[in-house]
Design a protein around this ligand. Structure first.
Ligand SMILES: [Zn+2]
Length: 127
């Protein structure tokens, strides 16, 4: 049994196998540079992938495409996760500022201060 002819992912024997350690050529690259298939495979599968592991170092064209899609999905999910994390923080900060302003507004009428005074004190709160 010659595992060097087998796809590392689906175990099919194919005539058209791709080396997972070959750098993607520039024309195949999408806008954002992507790592070699081996790295994508490692990140998506959670399996260790390295040249000296004695495993097949080729995958078939279908699995290569599946690995790229999985990698892009993972990257997109992680980006959006970060984005929403930051957004939630920002929204919380805005809520806090609004809360402060509301308190300020509600106590303003009782305070014998001029409009210019209250405007400047509001600026201080926003800093
Ligand atoms: Zn395959």
């Amino acid at each position: 049994m010659d595992i060097s002819q087998m796809c590392r992912v689906c175990r099919d024997e194919s005539d058209c196998l791709l080396d997972i350690y070959t750098e993607p050529c520039a024309s195949n690259r999408v806008q954002e540079p992507e790592p070699v298939l081996a790295t994508m495979l490692r990140e998506c599968s959670g399996c260790s992938v390295n040249k000296e592991d004695g495993m097949p170092q080729f995958i078939c064209v279908e699995c290569a495409e599946a690995v790229r899609n999985a990698y892009r999905l993972r990257r997109q999910c992680r980006k959006s996760h970060q984005y929403f994390d930051q957004l939630r923080l920002m929204m919380k900060e805005l809520d806090d500022i609004e809360y402060c302003l509301n308190i300020k507004d509600s106590i303003e009428p009782q305070m014998p201060v001029s409009t210019t005074m209250s405007m400047s004190s509001r600026k201080v709160m926003l800093q």
